[in-house]
Design a protein around this ligand. Structure first.
Ligand code: XLS
Ligand code: NI
Ligand code: NI
Length: 433
């Protein structure tokens, strides 16, 4: 039973078309900077928000009605998978992403969970084969079940650490089996509610040990994908250890994991951390740590992780600007970790949401490419730092305070402030978006 029955595949119809379920800007085959839009953007649908989330919020339960509810049997899990692949086909997305619990019913024992995950991935594998739709990343949900209320890898109870380790092992096996490009760890409950019951130091040591085991296991099973962690400052916990890009990089370096693990950066999380998305991306790319992105925005008024589909072209353009500037995605892509609003009940809403989001990203990426090709921003940047190209300036970087002070006296150096030209630069950006 398909909820998408009457909906035909979304096609590119250009900016003048008024068809609400057609692409107006995303033409997958359009070449931009020598690469097709499809290969630049590497879109992925998040299985959880579109197929497992039932429309609840903290004040009320489910609003959606789908033929695969209740999600407690393998039969319904398969019906859900049929519908998911039907939607991927309609959208023409190259990838999807999952948590184990999105795919299979939750059983309670690890052995049962592992075997239902195996069964559902056996069911999904031929669908991937048939449609050519790939897995951008797999991950384990270690935050919904009550066993994880005090964390997974950082839980004070070693039995929870064990259960989490076993779960991640099974999810890495499943990701390998489905040819996943990456494996993600998001530490929703790896943090604390109150410091009064929390040993910060011990918890972070455990988190690092856990992550090292993940890296070891990746090599052991020959998984060629990239391991990613996903920064987020809080929610559900009051404070999460993977607070933001800077914190994650510091953490990975402290434990010697910086060459093995990269980052999955989410726009909404950047905002929650008090940063802009482009800040997080610029920082990650400057450190060679960008892995993939979750392209879902927050509402600027409500102050929590609302996981909305992107609809702000200038914001998206700046995000892709830093991604393209760093050479674009390798194993990563653009995952819509986004959900409908709970009043958007229809199957058609799911299509409209994704089609619109893909269009916004396509416009953003094309604008970003034009900014790069136009070169004015880059030229202004080089110009601003041009002083550092001189031999004297370079020599200073390997010198010491004494000799620098002497030179300032000898040459009577009196710095002359120069304009930062912010408004001019903003005007340049606005010409492209
Ligand atoms: C939640 C996170 C989550 C991860 C995957 O805020 O964004 O959805 O992307 O566990
Ligand atoms: Ni999120
Ligand atoms: Ni996310």
């Amino acid at each position: 039973m398909s909820i998408f029955n009457a909906i035909s595949p979304a096609t590119y119809q250009g900016p003048d078309s008024t068809d609400p379920l057609a692409f107006h800007h995303y033409n997958p085959d359009e070449m931009v900077m020598g690469k097709s839009l499809k290969d630049h953007l590497r879109f992925a649908v998040a299985y959880w928000h579109s197929f497992a989330w039932e429309g609840g919020d903290p004040f009320g339960g489910r609003t959606f009605d789908r033929p695969w509810y209740p999600q407690d049997s393998m039969e319904n899990a398969k019906l859900k998978a049929d519908n998911a692949f039907e939607m991927f086909r309609i959208l023409g997305v190259p990838y999807f992403c999952w948590h184990d619990v999105d795919l299979r019913p939750e059983q309670g024992s690890f052995a049962d969970n592992a075997s239902t995950l195996d069964e559902i991935t056996d069911y999904i594998a031929p669908k991937m084969e048939e449609t050519g739709i790939g897995l951008l990343w797999g991950t384990a949900n270690m935050f919904t079940d009550r066993r994880y209320m005090s964390g997974a890898a950082t839980n004070p109870d070693p039995d929870v650490f064990a259960f989490a380790a076993a779960t991640v092992k099974s999810c890495m096996d499943a990701t390998l089996k489905l040819g996943g490009q990456n494996y993600v760890l998001w530490g929703g409950r790896e943090g604390y509610e109150t410091l009064l019951n929390t040993d910060l130091g011990q918890e972070q040591d455990h988190l690092a040990r856990f992550l090292s085991m993940v890296v070891d296991y990746k090599h052991k099973i020959g998984f060629k994908g990239q391991i990613l962690v996903e920064p987020k400052p809080q929610e559900p916990s009051k404070h999460q250890y993977d607070f933001d890009v800077a914190t994650c990089i510091g953490f990975l370096r402290k434990y010697g994991l910086e060459n093995e693990v990269k980052l999955n950066i989410e726009q909404g999380h950047a905002i929650l951390a008090g940063h802009s998305f482009e800040h997080e991306l610029a920082l990650a790319t400057s450190e060679g740590m960008l892995g993939s992105i979750d392209m879902n925005r927050n509402d600027y008024q409500s102050g929590w992780d609302t996981d909305q589909f992107p609809n702000n072209v200038p914001e998206v353009a700046l995000a892709y600007y830093y991604i393209l500037k760093a050479g674009g995605f390798t194993s990563g892509g653009t995952n819509f970790d986004a959900k409908l609003r709970r009043q958007s009940l229809d199957a058609e809403d799911l299509i409209a949401a994704h089609v619109g989001a893909m269009d916004v990203c396509a416009r953003g990426l094309k604008a970003a490419a034009a900014m790069l090709e136009g070169g004015e921003l880059d030229a202004a940047l080089s110009d601003r730092y041009a002083g550092w190209e001189s031999d004297t300036a370079q020599a200073m970087l390997t010198s010491d305070l004494d000799s620098i002070a002497q030179r300032v006296i000898d040459e009577d150096i009196r710095p002359e402030p120069k304009s930062g030209r912010q408004e001019r630069l903003e005007n340049i950006v606005n010409r492209y978006v």
